[in-house]
Ligand binder design. Structure first.
Ligand SMILES: [Cu+2]
Length: 175
């Protein structure tokens, strides 16, 4: 009983992680949001999928985060921000496909390289249920299939609901 619950919880957590996406701490693991990290290199080593999130970690007395458009990014100009983050532990959801631009708004920092752009891509998540047997002896397995999709956009919240429904079904079959 206890083991079953543990297995189920583990599966549910793994499934939700897959559905809800990954968290990327900007600059990690070698750095964070600072003036030493090469963010071009960092971003090139990371895959940003729709539903993921960015985390900016820094000292609020030294830095901040300003989301800007491409022109602001190229010119290190934070005068017309899309959003400004000041908490030192800022979470930025990547909810749409496209390129996002972030710079440090402290004078001189962006020019010294404290800027990062990320390309958010689409990846489809499909959960497939396979069952064997009949009636109460039905045994089901859930497989989450990740595949690159260039076709129609997928509503993430619908995918998340599907994941929860699958977990709920699993619970009913378990007990
Ligand atoms: Cu800074």
């Amino acid at each position: 009983m206890g083991a079953k619950v543990l297995i189920l919880v583990t599966v549910a957590v793994a499934m939700l992680r897959m559905v809800l996406g990954a968290s990327h701490t900007v600059g990690a693991p070698a750095g964070s949001w600072d003036q030493q990290t090469n963010y071009t290199l960092w971003a090139s080593r990371t895959r940003f999928i729709i539903g993921d999130e960015l985390q900016f970690q820094y000292s609020t007395t030294v830095h901040n985060v300003v989301e800007v458009r491409k022109a602001g990014y190229d010119a290190c100009n934070s005068s017309s921000p899309i959003a400004t983050f000041l908490t030192g532990n800022d979470v930025v959801p990547l909810a749409a496909i496209g390129t996002r631009y972030f710079i440090c708004g402290v004078p001189g920092h962006c020019g010294a390289g404290m800027k990062v752009q990320v390309n958010v891509r689409l990846k489809a998540v499909r959960t497939v249920q396979r069952c064997r047997g009949t009636g109460k002896r039905l045994r089901c397995r859930f497989e989450t299939v990740l595949s690159s999709a260039t076709t129609a956009g997928i509503d993430q919240s619908a995918v998340a609901r599907l994941g929860l429904a699958v977990v709920a079904t699993g619970l009913m079959l378990f007990f």
